[in-house]
Write a protein that binds this ligand. Structure first.
Ligand SMILES: C[S@@+](CC[C@H](N)C(=O)[O-])C[C@H]1O[C@@H](n2cnc3c(N)ncnc32)[C@H](O)[C@@H]1O
Ligand code: SF4
Ligand code: SF4
Length: 345
């Protein structure tokens, strides 16, 4: 389910009419159960490498990605159990399981899937696919989509970027999932870096033939705003993405989110974050944030799930919070649009 601006205005109206549940209810929760990862992608700054650094910190900005990820991190089971109860109580329509690190290596992933499988919500999973095979039998019927971060069309490129072996095994796992779970959509994620930029069209074609339901292209989020790409590479990338988009049809989505690269500068055009009504991002450290852009950044959290349930802390929304203090926000167009709709309501 993709939220739209009118959903937001509807939520605002129900809050105004005194509906407390609507006031605290996010339309989507993104949760990182685990901070560690089985891979070590060259562009990744979401796993627990660098998570507590300021976004302007020099070592973050220069990509200190070589640090070995500590073996143990993640949401304790009793906290996850309470979170699942909160999802049910709040009637949250969608829960995306992501990282952080790699959600499939979370020690309680099977219990988490079982718990979420019993409640009326839509689940999705973002994964590198390396440890997905043993979970196929545990994936519940309300798993609506799985997105596998492959970031390459070829095994050798995948190995260079993910700094891990196993590309062919991941594709075999995806074949197994397609057979076992025909109602679950399968997507590929492709974060564009110089190492894979030449494979945009090849990947789009290959994964369509493979039977995926779509591919999503993204730009690496960097504080410098350059997407970690040399400026001279960008026109060719945009041209290749246009060719890739032509592969889309009713069975295969090509989502081009490379436009985000144009939003990786300051937030001077708007003041207020409305996006926090749609979203909540929960880090593997049990802390709750308004979105994935500020996830795990000290000073942006609503609270800690070890201390209070989600529904209590969500009453302290960011409405008073100045978006200008945030890192460059790719949701700015939503925020500006919602502000205009509310001004004109
Ligand atoms: C952090 S990973 C966590 C889940 C899982 N380990 C995976 O790779 O799918 C979620 C997504 O974030 C993306 N990602 C990681 N670092 C990024 C960055 N610096 N900029 C933009 N996207 C990034 C990855 O490509 C991946 O699709
Ligand atoms: S697989 Fe996901 S979490 Fe792990 S290093 Fe790659 S992008 Fe980061
Ligand atoms: S980064 Fe954007 S979406 Fe996130 S809290 Fe700030 S203004 Fe809101």
């Amino acid at each position: 389910m993709e939220s739209n601006h009118l959903d937001y205005v509807l939520v605002e109206r129900r809050i105004a009419s005194g509906d407390r549940l609507e006031m605290v209810k996010p339309l989507k929760i993104q949760v990182d159960p685990e901070g560690s990862c089985s891979h070590n992608c060259i562009f990744c700054n979401y796993r627990n490498v660098g998570w507590d650094m300021d976004y302007k910190d020099e070592s973050w900005a220069s990509g200190n990605h070589e640090k070995v990820v500590p073996g143990k991190s993640g949401i304790p089971w009793e906290v996850m159990e309470d979170l699942i109860k909160s999802v049910q109580y709040l009637r949250v329509p969608e829960v995306e399981i992501t990282g952080g690190g790699e959600p499939t290596i979370y020690p309680y992933i099977k219990k988490m899937l079982l718990g979420l499988g019993k409640i009326d919500t839509s689940i999705s999973l973002v994964t590198n696919g390396s440890k997905l095979a043993p979970l196929i039998g545990d994936i519940p019927n309300n798993m609506d989509w799985i997105r596998v971060s492959l970031d390459a069309a070829r095994s050798e490129t995948h190995e260079k970027i993910h700094r891990a072996k196993g590309y062919d095994k991941i594709l075999r796992t995806m074949t197994g999932i397609k057979q076992a779970l025909p109602r679950t959509d399968m997507y590929v994620s492709f974060c564009i870096v110089p190492e894979n930029a030449g494979e945009i069209v090849e990947a789009t074609n290959k994964y369509k033939d493979f039977g995926f339901d779509g591919i999503k292209f993204n730009a690496v989020y960097t504080p410098e705003g350059d997407g970690a790409l040399p400026p001279e590479a960008i026109p060719k990338i945009r041209a290749d993405l246009e060719i890739a988009e032509a592969f889309a049809d009713d069975q295969y989505r090509v989502k081009n989110s490379f436009w985000k690269i144009d939003k990786y500068d300051d937030n001077t055009e708007f003041d207020t974050c409305y996006f926090d009504r749609f979203m909540v991002a929960i880090g593997f450290n049990c802390r709750v944030f308004p979105c994935c852009i500020v996830k795990n950044r000290p000073g942006y959290e609503y609270g800690d799930l070890r201390n209070e349930p989600l529904e209590d802390m969500l009453e302290r929304r960011m409405k008073t919070y100045r978006a200008a203090t945030c890192p460059p926000c790719w949701s700015r167009d939503h925020n500006i649009k919602i502000g205009e709709l509310l001004d004109n309501a």
